[in-house]
Write a protein that binds this ligand. Structure first.
Ligand code: C2E
Ligand code: MG
Ligand code: MG
Ligand code: MG
Length: 287
Protein backbone atom coordinates (compact mmCIF):
# COMPACT_ATOMS: atom_id res chain seq x y z
CA UNK A 1 0.00 0.00 0.00
CA UNK A 2 1.09 3.59 -0.45
CA UNK A 3 2.49 4.88 2.81
CA UNK A 4 0.45 7.77 4.07
CA UNK A 5 2.57 10.86 3.83
CA UNK A 6 2.62 12.90 6.97
CA UNK A 7 3.70 16.43 6.31
CA UNK A 8 6.46 17.69 8.54
CA UNK A 9 6.53 21.25 9.77
CA UNK A 10 9.20 22.12 7.20
CA UNK A 11 7.12 20.83 4.30
CA UNK A 12 4.11 22.66 5.54
CA UNK A 13 6.15 25.81 5.80
CA UNK A 14 7.50 25.45 2.27
CA UNK A 15 4.00 25.18 0.95
CA UNK A 16 2.90 28.10 3.03
CA UNK A 17 5.71 30.20 1.60
CA UNK A 18 5.41 29.03 -1.98
CA UNK A 19 1.70 29.29 -2.26
CA UNK A 20 -0.39 31.97 -0.73
CA UNK A 21 -3.29 29.63 -0.44
CA UNK A 22 -4.63 26.84 1.67
CA UNK A 23 -1.40 25.72 3.32
CA UNK A 24 -0.65 29.25 4.44
CA UNK A 25 -4.08 29.66 5.96
CA UNK A 26 -3.81 26.26 7.59
CA UNK A 27 -0.50 27.12 9.21
CA UNK A 28 -1.79 30.49 10.34
CA UNK A 29 -4.88 28.88 11.83
CA UNK A 30 -2.76 26.28 13.59
CA UNK A 31 -0.45 28.97 14.94
CA UNK A 32 -3.41 30.97 16.25
CA UNK A 33 -4.76 27.89 18.00
CA UNK A 34 -1.30 27.15 19.40
CA UNK A 35 -1.31 30.60 20.96
CA UNK A 36 -4.52 29.86 22.84
CA UNK A 37 -3.64 26.30 23.76
CA UNK A 38 -1.95 25.74 27.09
CA UNK A 39 0.42 22.99 26.03
CA UNK A 40 1.61 23.55 22.47
CA UNK A 41 4.17 26.29 22.98
CA UNK A 42 7.09 26.01 25.37
CA UNK A 43 10.59 27.32 25.77
CA UNK A 44 13.83 25.41 25.70
CA UNK A 45 16.91 26.91 27.31
CA UNK A 46 20.49 26.75 26.11
CA UNK A 47 23.33 27.79 28.43
CA UNK A 48 25.99 30.32 27.54
CA UNK A 49 29.43 29.55 28.94
CA UNK A 50 32.15 32.00 30.00
CA UNK A 51 35.24 30.70 28.19
CA UNK A 52 37.67 32.08 30.78
CA UNK A 53 36.03 30.53 33.84
CA UNK A 54 33.71 27.81 32.57
CA UNK A 55 30.81 29.39 34.45
CA UNK A 56 27.28 29.63 33.06
CA UNK A 57 26.58 33.28 32.22
CA UNK A 58 22.96 32.90 31.22
CA UNK A 59 20.58 30.98 29.02
CA UNK A 60 18.88 31.71 25.72
CA UNK A 61 15.18 30.92 25.56
CA UNK A 62 14.19 29.24 22.28
CA UNK A 63 10.57 28.68 21.41
CA UNK A 64 9.26 25.19 20.67
CA UNK A 65 5.96 24.33 19.03
CA UNK A 66 4.52 20.89 19.52
CA UNK A 67 1.87 20.66 16.84
CA UNK A 68 -0.94 18.26 17.85
CA UNK A 69 -0.61 16.19 14.63
CA UNK A 70 2.68 17.17 13.10
CA UNK A 71 4.91 16.98 16.15
CA UNK A 72 7.74 19.43 16.72
CA UNK A 73 7.82 22.33 14.29
CA UNK A 74 11.08 24.28 14.19
CA UNK A 75 10.99 28.02 14.93
CA UNK A 76 12.94 28.59 11.73
CA UNK A 77 9.83 27.25 9.98
CA UNK A 78 7.06 29.17 11.71
CA UNK A 79 8.62 32.39 13.03
CA UNK A 80 8.88 33.80 9.48
CA UNK A 81 5.19 33.05 8.92
CA UNK A 82 4.23 34.71 12.19
CA UNK A 83 6.53 37.59 11.32
CA UNK A 84 4.75 38.20 8.03
CA UNK A 85 1.45 38.53 9.82
CA UNK A 86 0.45 40.40 12.94
CA UNK A 87 0.81 37.15 14.88
CA UNK A 88 4.41 37.77 15.86
CA UNK A 89 3.53 40.37 18.49
CA UNK A 90 1.20 38.24 20.66
CA UNK A 91 3.63 35.44 20.03
CA UNK A 92 6.56 37.39 21.42
CA UNK A 93 4.49 38.38 24.40
CA UNK A 94 3.83 34.72 25.08
CA UNK A 95 7.57 33.89 24.87
CA UNK A 96 8.34 36.83 27.15
CA UNK A 97 5.78 35.68 29.71
CA UNK A 98 7.17 32.17 29.80
CA UNK A 99 10.77 33.40 30.02
CA UNK A 100 10.08 35.91 32.77
CA UNK A 101 8.18 33.29 34.77
CA UNK A 102 11.10 30.87 34.48
CA UNK A 103 13.68 33.53 35.38
CA UNK A 104 11.53 34.28 38.44
CA UNK A 105 11.43 30.60 39.41
CA UNK A 106 15.21 30.25 39.20
CA UNK A 107 15.57 33.43 41.21
CA UNK A 108 13.31 32.33 44.06
CA UNK A 109 15.05 28.93 44.05
CA UNK A 110 18.22 30.83 44.91
CA UNK A 111 19.85 30.08 41.56
CA UNK A 112 19.22 33.23 39.50
CA UNK A 113 20.25 33.17 35.85
CA UNK A 114 19.67 35.78 33.14
CA UNK A 115 17.28 34.57 30.42
CA UNK A 116 17.61 35.96 26.88
CA UNK A 117 14.55 36.24 24.66
CA UNK A 118 14.68 36.73 20.87
CA UNK A 119 12.82 39.71 19.44
CA UNK A 120 11.84 39.62 15.80
CA UNK A 121 12.18 42.67 13.55
CA UNK A 122 8.50 43.62 13.72
CA UNK A 123 8.57 43.68 17.54
CA UNK A 124 11.07 46.51 17.48
CA UNK A 125 8.51 48.56 15.61
CA UNK A 126 5.66 47.69 17.99
CA UNK A 127 4.80 50.76 20.07
CA UNK A 128 3.28 48.49 22.75
CA UNK A 129 6.45 46.51 23.35
CA UNK A 130 8.04 48.68 26.05
CA UNK A 131 4.96 48.64 28.28
CA UNK A 132 4.48 44.92 27.77
CA UNK A 133 8.05 44.18 28.79
CA UNK A 134 7.85 46.54 31.77
CA UNK A 135 4.53 44.95 32.84
CA UNK A 136 6.00 41.47 32.69
CA UNK A 137 8.90 42.46 34.91
CA UNK A 138 6.66 44.34 37.32
CA UNK A 139 4.14 41.51 37.71
CA UNK A 140 6.76 39.20 39.14
CA UNK A 141 9.01 41.90 40.53
CA UNK A 142 11.82 40.49 38.43
CA UNK A 143 15.05 42.53 38.40
CA UNK A 144 15.53 43.78 34.84
CA UNK A 145 19.08 42.44 34.70
CA UNK A 146 17.66 38.90 34.68
CA UNK A 147 16.07 39.57 31.29
CA UNK A 148 18.16 39.97 28.16
CA UNK A 149 16.79 40.63 24.68
CA UNK A 150 18.37 39.66 21.35
CA UNK A 151 17.85 41.51 18.09
CA UNK A 152 19.45 41.05 14.68
CA UNK A 153 21.27 43.73 12.72
CA UNK A 154 18.75 43.36 9.95
CA UNK A 155 15.92 44.08 12.37
CA UNK A 156 17.59 47.30 13.41
CA UNK A 157 18.35 48.38 9.86
CA UNK A 158 14.72 47.93 8.76
CA UNK A 159 13.93 51.22 10.49
CA UNK A 160 17.03 52.39 12.35
CA UNK A 161 15.50 55.42 14.04
CA UNK A 162 12.50 53.61 15.42
CA UNK A 163 14.62 50.62 16.40
CA UNK A 164 17.17 52.81 18.15
CA UNK A 165 14.44 54.57 20.10
CA UNK A 166 12.94 51.25 21.20
CA UNK A 167 16.32 49.82 22.17
CA UNK A 168 17.14 52.91 24.23
CA UNK A 169 13.86 52.57 26.12
CA UNK A 170 14.49 48.89 26.78
CA UNK A 171 17.96 49.69 28.04
CA UNK A 172 16.50 52.39 30.27
CA UNK A 173 14.39 49.66 31.90
CA UNK A 174 17.68 47.98 32.84
CA UNK A 175 17.54 45.24 30.25
CA UNK A 176 20.72 44.06 28.54
CA UNK A 177 20.58 43.88 24.76
CA UNK A 178 22.48 41.72 22.29
CA UNK A 179 23.05 41.77 18.55
CA UNK A 180 22.15 38.28 17.33
CA UNK A 181 23.45 36.40 14.28
CA UNK A 182 26.19 38.96 13.75
CA UNK A 183 27.75 38.74 10.30
CA UNK A 184 24.73 37.39 8.45
CA UNK A 185 22.74 40.58 8.13
CA UNK A 186 23.81 43.92 6.91
CA UNK A 187 24.52 46.80 9.18
CA UNK A 188 26.33 50.04 8.93
CA UNK A 189 29.23 50.79 11.24
CA UNK A 190 27.62 54.15 11.95
CA UNK A 191 24.58 52.46 13.51
CA UNK A 192 26.50 49.66 15.10
CA UNK A 193 28.42 52.04 17.31
CA UNK A 194 25.23 53.87 18.31
CA UNK A 195 23.36 50.77 19.39
CA UNK A 196 22.84 50.56 23.16
CA UNK A 197 23.81 46.87 23.22
CA UNK A 198 26.24 45.11 25.52
CA UNK A 199 26.81 41.88 23.62
CA UNK A 200 27.60 40.75 20.11
CA UNK A 201 26.73 37.17 19.15
CA UNK A 202 28.69 35.80 16.19
CA UNK A 203 26.49 33.69 13.94
CA UNK A 204 27.09 29.98 13.90
CA UNK A 205 27.62 29.85 10.13
CA UNK A 206 31.11 31.32 10.73
CA UNK A 207 31.83 29.58 14.02
CA UNK A 208 30.88 26.13 12.73
CA UNK A 209 33.56 26.18 10.03
CA UNK A 210 36.22 28.34 11.69
CA UNK A 211 38.49 25.35 12.36
CA UNK A 212 38.42 24.20 8.72
CA UNK A 213 37.78 27.37 6.71
CA UNK A 214 40.50 29.99 6.94
CA UNK A 215 38.21 32.79 5.73
CA UNK A 216 35.65 32.05 8.42
CA UNK A 217 38.37 32.00 11.06
CA UNK A 218 39.45 35.43 9.83
CA UNK A 219 35.86 36.69 10.04
CA UNK A 220 35.44 35.38 13.58
CA UNK A 221 38.68 37.07 14.60
CA UNK A 222 37.51 40.34 13.04
CA UNK A 223 34.13 40.11 14.79
CA UNK A 224 35.74 39.44 18.19
CA UNK A 225 38.05 42.43 17.74
CA UNK A 226 35.25 44.67 16.47
CA UNK A 227 33.03 43.73 19.41
CA UNK A 228 35.80 44.36 21.92
CA UNK A 229 36.70 47.68 20.32
CA UNK A 230 33.07 48.72 20.73
CA UNK A 231 33.23 47.68 24.39
CA UNK A 232 30.93 44.66 23.92
CA UNK A 233 31.00 41.16 25.32
CA UNK A 234 31.43 38.71 22.46
CA UNK A 235 29.65 35.35 22.31
CA UNK A 236 30.18 32.65 19.70
CA UNK A 237 27.07 30.73 18.65
CA UNK A 238 26.94 27.16 17.40
CA UNK A 239 30.10 25.88 19.07
CA UNK A 240 30.21 22.14 18.48
CA UNK A 241 33.82 21.02 18.90
CA UNK A 242 36.67 21.25 21.35
CA UNK A 243 38.85 22.65 18.54
CA UNK A 244 36.43 25.56 18.15
CA UNK A 245 36.51 26.19 21.90
CA UNK A 246 40.31 26.27 21.83
CA UNK A 247 40.40 28.58 18.81
CA UNK A 248 37.84 30.94 20.33
CA UNK A 249 39.77 31.07 23.60
CA UNK A 250 42.92 32.05 21.72
CA UNK A 251 40.99 34.85 20.00
CA UNK A 252 39.82 36.12 23.38
CA UNK A 253 36.15 35.47 22.67
CA UNK A 254 34.28 35.91 25.97
CA UNK A 255 31.43 33.38 25.85
CA UNK A 256 30.35 30.39 23.84
CA UNK A 257 27.06 28.64 23.25
CA UNK A 258 26.46 25.44 21.33
CA UNK A 259 25.91 21.71 21.25
CA UNK A 260 29.48 21.15 22.52
CA UNK A 261 28.28 22.37 25.93
CA UNK A 262 24.57 21.65 25.80
CA UNK A 263 21.60 21.54 23.47
CA UNK A 264 18.59 23.70 24.20
CA UNK A 265 16.50 21.80 26.80
CA UNK A 266 13.37 22.12 28.93
CA UNK A 267 13.71 24.18 32.11
CA UNK A 268 13.75 21.14 34.41
CA UNK A 269 16.59 19.54 32.46
CA UNK A 270 18.51 22.81 32.48
CA UNK A 271 18.20 23.00 36.25
CA UNK A 272 19.62 19.47 36.50
CA UNK A 273 22.31 20.29 33.94
CA UNK A 274 23.46 23.26 36.02
CA UNK A 275 23.82 21.06 39.09
CA UNK A 276 25.91 18.56 37.15
CA UNK A 277 27.91 21.17 35.22
CA UNK A 278 31.36 21.62 36.62
CA UNK A 279 33.16 24.74 35.49
CA UNK A 280 36.57 23.43 36.49
CA UNK A 281 36.14 20.04 34.84
CA UNK A 282 35.45 21.86 31.63
CA UNK A 283 38.44 24.16 32.10
CA UNK A 284 40.87 21.29 32.67
CA UNK A 285 40.24 20.19 29.11
CA UNK A 286 41.53 23.51 27.82
CA UNK A 287 45.04 23.58 26.33
P1 C2E B 1 18.99 32.15 17.19
O1 C2E B 1 18.41 33.16 18.10
O2 C2E B 1 20.25 32.51 16.50
O3 C2E B 1 19.17 30.83 18.06
C1 C2E B 1 20.22 29.92 17.91
C2 C2E B 1 19.79 28.70 17.12
O4 C2E B 1 20.92 27.85 16.94
C3 C2E B 1 18.76 27.84 17.84
O5 C2E B 1 17.93 27.25 16.83
C4 C2E B 1 19.61 26.78 18.51
O6 C2E B 1 18.90 25.59 18.79
C5 C2E B 1 20.65 26.56 17.44
N1 C2E B 1 21.90 26.03 17.97
C6 C2E B 1 22.44 26.22 19.17
N2 C2E B 1 23.65 25.60 19.29
C7 C2E B 1 23.86 25.00 18.09
C8 C2E B 1 24.94 24.19 17.58
O7 C2E B 1 25.95 23.93 18.24
N3 C2E B 1 24.82 23.75 16.30
C9 C2E B 1 23.72 24.04 15.53
N4 C2E B 1 23.68 23.55 14.30
N5 C2E B 1 22.69 24.80 15.98
C10 C2E B 1 22.76 25.27 17.26
P2 C2E B 1 16.35 27.20 16.99
O8 C2E B 1 15.98 26.91 18.41
O9 C2E B 1 15.85 26.27 15.92
O10 C2E B 1 15.90 28.67 16.66
C11 C2E B 1 16.11 29.22 15.38
C12 C2E B 1 15.86 30.69 15.36
O11 C2E B 1 14.47 30.95 15.57
C13 C2E B 1 16.60 31.47 16.44
O12 C2E B 1 17.92 31.73 16.04
C14 C2E B 1 15.75 32.71 16.52
O13 C2E B 1 16.11 33.62 15.51
C15 C2E B 1 14.36 32.18 16.23
N6 C2E B 1 13.63 32.03 17.50
C16 C2E B 1 13.66 31.02 18.40
N7 C2E B 1 12.83 31.26 19.43
C17 C2E B 1 12.26 32.47 19.20
C18 C2E B 1 11.30 33.28 19.90
O14 C2E B 1 10.84 32.98 21.01
N8 C2E B 1 10.97 34.47 19.31
C19 C2E B 1 11.49 34.87 18.12
N9 C2E B 1 11.10 36.04 17.61
N10 C2E B 1 12.39 34.13 17.44
C20 C2E B 1 12.77 32.94 17.97
MG1 MG C 1 19.14 34.34 19.52
MG1 MG D 1 21.74 33.65 16.70
MG1 MG E 1 19.93 32.41 14.09
Amino acid sequence: YAAKKVKTGAMLYQEAMNTDGAAHLLLLGDLRRAMDAEDQLSLHYQPKIDLATGHVRGVEALIRWKHPDRGMVSPADFIPVAENTGLINPFTLRALQMAVRQAHEWKIAGTPLPVAVNLSPRCLLDPGLINQVADQLRQLDLPADLLHLEVTETAVMADPEMALATLHQLKALGIQLSIDDFGTGYSSMAYLKQLPVSELKIDRTFVGTMDTDHNDATLVRAAVDLGHNLGLTVTAEGVETEAQVAALSVLGCDNAQGYYFARPMPAGDLTAWRLAHSASAYLSRQP
